[in-house]
Design a protein around this ligand. Sequence first.
Ligand code: ADP
Ligand code: MG
Length: 229
Amino acid sequence: MSLLSAEKLTKTYRSGDIEVPALKGVDFSIEAAAFVAFVGPSGSGKSTLLNLIGCLDHPTSGTLKVLDTDIATLDRRAAARFRGEHIGFVFQDFNLIPVLTVFENVEYPLRMVQLWPAAKRRAQVLRLLDAVGMADQAHKRPDQISGGQKQRVAVARALVSDPKLVLADEPTANLDSETAHRVLELMKKMRDEFRTTFVFSTHDARIMGEAEVIFTLEDGRLLQGENHA
Ligand code: ADP
Ligand code: MG
């Protein structure tokens, strides 16, 4: 089953008289439980594409289907609900909430979108912290852990609501290469364990080798074909 598909997808930013065509017609299809990288230099359209997939922005034309939903049909409220139910996010700069503990950061999405009883919530948070190897750091605050550990926590947070899809826009850009490698390994392990589809972007050649499917973006277009690593 194809979890994600795009046909002739375009996005043009407009401000006043100026138009910036960021995506110029891209087609792709991604299977469930895939581990996929969109690779390309700065400005090639990676963030634009991930924002569309994450229902954070609307396409200008073409079709983008996520879990059989045509995302152009979602209004703001429906998009927010769709994101909450189906999509987890991992950010370049981790985006942990500094005043919350590691445990509370991972618990946060469950408090926002679902009314889980406290015991069930706690069990789910501990399960994820354990899976990313951070259970023993649960009481710490973000400024007491390393960058790599922060990204582990962010991966746990992205998975806590059991999403079908995790999107990570340059998740390793602020990590040294050894730590970046370990975060990618962790994401792949999570994919194996939870059967979650992971889609990430990177411009780092060392990181793209970790992907199983690579799509190369150049100036708003996908280069011919897909490469299986
Ligand atoms: P990448 O993530 O690969 O660096 P982006 O998707 O951020 O690329 O950007 C693709 C192109 O779209 C670039 O030319 C960028 O300047 C432009 N762009 C991105 N966001 C906006 C925006 N909000 N308004 C206008 N232009 C934008
Ligand atoms: Mg970007």
